[in-house]
Design a protein around this ligand. Structure first.
Ligand SMILES: Cc1cc2nc3c(=O)[nH]c(=O)nc-3n(C[C@H](O)[C@H](O)[C@H](O)COP(=O)(O)OP(=O)(O)OC[C@H]3O[C@@H](n4cnc5c(N)ncnc54)[C@H](O)[C@@H]3O)c2cc1C
Length: 382
């Protein structure tokens, strides 16, 4: 599999223009890294997966993984814009030619941002089939009513991919049937049935809750067939998990490098702290775990690009990489002693940022449930 060294080098050069000071200032104000996202868009990195026919680079998923890994490895945060890479896939695979012409080329130029993905709801949580937001057809419009939570980047996106129930649940019906995906143009919707409220979180992630109060969405904004939305969203999840896993590998590399440098520089009791096995072994272990996770990301990418369904590998890559970055983050704080908690070292910020991937976009327990049921053949636990 190609390593994309040229892409990695170019992304690293771009990221060098956005050092720790930039991210610290944003973090203090919980502000969006608009300049960083603008630079990535302008350089074409966010449209790398869009086919050339629609103005993108038409590169495979491993190229997108290289971009996101390098962003994290440089200490930046792709969480501000990574969704565009995988939500776009739903439109690409299941949208009509007219929708693709209308949206994809404008997403590629940066004229339109597709950063918001409205699936999670406050009452149903991980149980997506139990979501309550409805979209009722009324003439040539859907009328949307309900609420989403954790809809990240909604204030910094023009479009949202929304999963809503279009067919009421009846006895005997599979609860994941009857859901549909709509493209919501938020530029027109805000103030006309759509309200966005930011949620302050432990890290700067621009996440929100959104309320739909009889929002009218043109019927032509339905993606694919009515009632099949859950399957369309599922079909994008392997790519999503693999890309998040690549980000976690990048985070782990940043933490390991930062910890190794500090362990060599910091002298206590007249010698480098890194000379103590109590300091070097945890860093070495974090490195080994990162490399193992990286191999699983590659395995998942290889299968994905060979047209297979790497459900197990994408899930394992996401879990192992999130564990590796979480472990490396913890080791990095410990290596830095008190300075690990000081804002100016960036370690505590990255520590908070990478913690998210134990929970989102899919929590570790649900990955273990998937493996138990679908790989090991154990009874479904929920
Ligand atoms: C910062 C942030 C950004 C996010 N961005 C988005 C976004 O852009 N779009 C979007 O749609 N969603 C987004 N999410 C939502 C995210 O995908 C969910 O938080 C995640 O899937 C977990 O769902 P939940 O929070 O409802 O937890 P719950 O489903 O309530 O689960 C709570 C805990 O119980 C465990 N649990 C639940 N069921 C089981 C079970 N059967 N077996 C074992 N354990 C179980 C879970 O693993 C978890 O640890 C975001 C979340 C956060 C925090």
């Amino acid at each position: 599999m190609e390593h994309y060294q040229d892409i990695r080098d170019a992304v690293a050069r771009l990221c060098a223009r956005f050092p720790g000071e930039y991210w610290r200032a944003l973090d203090r104000d919980m502000a969006y890294p608009g300049e960083f996202v603008g630079a990535l868009t302008e350089a074409g990195w966010l449209s790398i997966l869009i086919p050339e026919a629609y103005g993108g680079s038409g590169l495979p998923l491993s190229a997108a993984a290289a971009v996101l890994e390098e962003i994290q490895r440089a200490g930046c945060n792709g969480g501000a814009c990574h969704a565009q890479m995988y939500t776009m896939g739903t439109l690409l695979r299941h949208g009509s030619e007219a929708q693709k012409q209308q949206y994809l080329s404008k997403i590629a130029t940066g004229e339109l941002r597709l950063q918001a993905f409205g699936v999670t709801e406050p009452t149903s949580g991980t149980d997506t089939g139990a979501l309550k937001t409805t979209a009722r057809l009324d003439g040539d419009h859907f009328v949307v009513k309900g609420q989403k939570i954790w809809t990240s980047r909604a204030e910094h996106s023009d479009l949202m991919l929304l999963l809503a129930r279009t067919t009421p649940l009846k006895d005997g019906m599979k609860k994941t049937d009857g859901l549909s995906v709509l493209i919501v143009d938020m530029r027109e919707a805000v103030g006309n049935g759509l309200t966005i409220r930011p949620i302050r979180t432990m890290m700067n992630h621009a996440t929100t809750e959104v309320f739909f109060d009889d929002l009218r969405v043109p019927a032509e904004n339905l993606i694919g067939e009515e009632g099949k939305g859950f399957r369309y969203i599922l079909s994008g999840m392997n790519a999503e998990r693999i890309l998040i896993a690549a980000e976690c590998v990048g985070d782990a590399k940043w933490f390991i490098e930062k910890a190794s440098i500090y362990a060599k520089e910091r002298h206590v009791f007249g010698r480098a702290i890194g000379q103590n096995q109590g300091i070097q072994f945890p860093i070495a272990r974090a490195y080994a775990n990162m490399r193992a996770a990286e191999l699983m990301v590659r395995e998942a990418l290889n299968l994905y690009e060979a047209g297979k369904n790497p459900g197990a590998e994408a899930n394992m890559a996401k879990m192992l990489a999130a564990d590796a970055s979480n472990e490396a983050a913890n080791v990095c704080i410990q290596t830095h002693g008190g300075f690990g908690f000081a804002e100016e070292y960036d370690v505590e910020r990255k520590f908070r940022e990478t913690r998210l991937y134990q929970v989102a976009p899919i929590s570790t327990n649900l990955i273990l449930s998937y493996l138990s049921e679908h790989v090991l053949g154990l009874p479904r636990s929920y």
